[in-house]
Design a protein around this ligand. Structure first.
Ligand SMILES: Cc1cc2nc3c(=O)[nH]c(=O)nc-3n(C[C@H](O)[C@H](O)[C@H](O)COP(=O)(O)OP(=O)(O)OC[C@H]3O[C@@H](n4cnc5c(N)ncnc54)[C@H](O)[C@@H]3O)c2cc1C
Length: 402
């Protein structure tokens, strides 16, 4: 019986593992290794600091879900792979042989991008970060001051930072301290609403309108030189006073990839260079899915660099593509699917703090046959519905659904 090994089991990895098992049933052993025993629904982290969600609301125990489908779950950290031996090594000292390996280890956050990040940045993209911000806001409320939210150079997850900005504005109003706080948005994007995908129809117009409506001062095409306890120094030399700074940071591939030089990753970012069917270019029994896939921005390089967003829908889709392709390879039925990241549909909801914008596009990157941004100024009900749907899907292991 073939051994399928999946390293990393959040959006992409769990989709691959459950889909392969569903398609090949008892014809394969599927083992999943993840260093964290719970699935996390990242998009709701932006609500944790404001008490709208607790961390436990967005976590789901992994083992019971995998057990239900006869997938073996191993709670361990993979340290490296030796493709020539087809072995993955883990922190606990175990070794796992595989016939097919799927790498879905997501990102590592680069906290060395500028001085002051580790000490003074309030990072929203992790469980620890979101919890710390919640604590930090208790003191902030007693002594409010200016706030800087945004993204550093090379960052790519701008959407989440915009969401955090608008939710912060909403919270400040609710706490009746908005008039005591000057709110700034800083971004390497050349225009508001670029999002790392060269924008969507009306994205700049909507974002400008939000900034005006919410009285947020912004700077575009800027990088960060350093963060101090009470300011952010921009690449332009401008120093913005800040009592609370929260910047989205760049992502790289994880140490598991970096420590496996045979994988021939992109040495600038440790993401995997793969064929359009997500198979490794040299090792045909290695595949990558989700955020680990190296995606080259299709637009012109800007003076201040930034990356493309690697969101949940393409992470899930690449997982489904990999599962299909491994099924085709092992069963001899069907055809490989090849679809580059940029040609996968864009499907996202940007929360704007009790409002939202629904983002739909025929593909992530231009050219698109259709692209729409639908604002909902009455509530953020679509964002909430999407959350409920994904948590339900994750809890039941219904990875074949959209
Ligand atoms: C704050 C925030 C908000 C977001 N909001 C949205 C949104 O609104 N909409 C949207 O579409 N996307 C959003 N995203 C992006 C979305 O979360 C990602 O696209 C998605 O998580 C990528 O899935 P993945 O499976 O590739 O990686 P991940 O979800 O990062 O999963 C990687 C898994 O690999 C495991 N792992 C890593 N290294 C190892 C190792 N060495 N050994 C074992 N296991 C390992 C990790 O524990 C993790 O479980 C947001 C992201 C953040 C940070």
């Amino acid at each position: 019986m073939k051994n399928i090994l999946v390293v990393g089991s959040n959006f992409a990895g769990s989709t691959v593992a459950l889909e392969i098992k569903r398609k090949l049933k008892d014809g394969v052993n599927v083992t999943v290794i993840d260093k964290f025993d719970k699935s996390i629904y990242f998009p709701s982290l932006i609500w944790v600091p404001f008490g709208r969600r607790n961390i436990d609301d967005v976590l789901i125990e992994r083992k019971p879900v995998f057990d239900k489908y006869n997938v073996t779950f191993v709670n361990d950290c993979a340290t490296r792979v030796s493709p020539s031996e087809s072995i993955v090594y883990t922190e606990s000292g175990s070794q796992y042989n595989y016939d097919e390996l799927v790498i879905a280890t997501g990102p590592k956050v680069n906290t060395d991008i500028v001085p002051g990040i580790n000490e003074y940045n309030n990072y929203i993209g992790s469980i620890e970060g979101a919890k710390k911000i919640k604590e930090r806001l208790v003191d902030f409320k007693k002594n409010p001051g200016p706030i800087v939210i945004g993204a550093t150079q090379k960052a790519g997850c701008m959407g989440a930072a915009y969401e955090f900005l608008f939710n912060m504005n909403h919270w400040l109003k609710k706490e009746k301290i908005r008039d005591k706080v000057k709110l700034y948005w800083i971004t390497p994007e050349p225009y508001l609403g670029h999002f790392g995908i060269d924008g969507m129809p009306l994205s700049e117009t909507y974002l400008k309108a939000f900034m005006k409506m919410f009285d947020i001062e912004y700077r575009v095409s800027v990088g960060v030189n350093s963060i101090t306890p009470n300011s952010v120094i921009l690449s332009t030399g401008e120093e913005i006073q800040s009592s609370f700074t929260s910047l989205m940071l760049p992502f790289t591939g994880v140490d598991f990839i970096k420590n496996s030089p045979e994988l021939e990753y992109d040495s600038n970012n440790y993401f995997l260079n793969l064929k359009d069917n997500y198979q490794h270019k040299t090792y045909e029994n290695i595949w990558g899915a989700g955020l680990t896939v190296n995606v080259v921005p299709p637009f012109k390089k800007t003076e201040i660099p930034f990356s493309v967003p690697k969101t949940g829908y393409p992470s899930d889709t690449t997982g489904k593509i990999v599962a299909n392709n491994i099924y085709v390879k092992l069963s001899g039925n069907g055809k490989y699917i090849s679809r580059t990241w940029g040609r996968i549909a864009a499907l996202c909801v940007m929360d704007a703090g009790n409002m939202e914008v629904i983002i739909l596009g025929s593909s992530f990157f231009k050219p698109r046959t259709f692209a729409l941004m639908i604002p909902n100024v009455f509530s953020d009900s679509s964002k909430v519905m999407l959350e409920k749907y994904f948590l339900w899907k994750l809890k039941h292991g219904y990875s074949y659904l959209l």
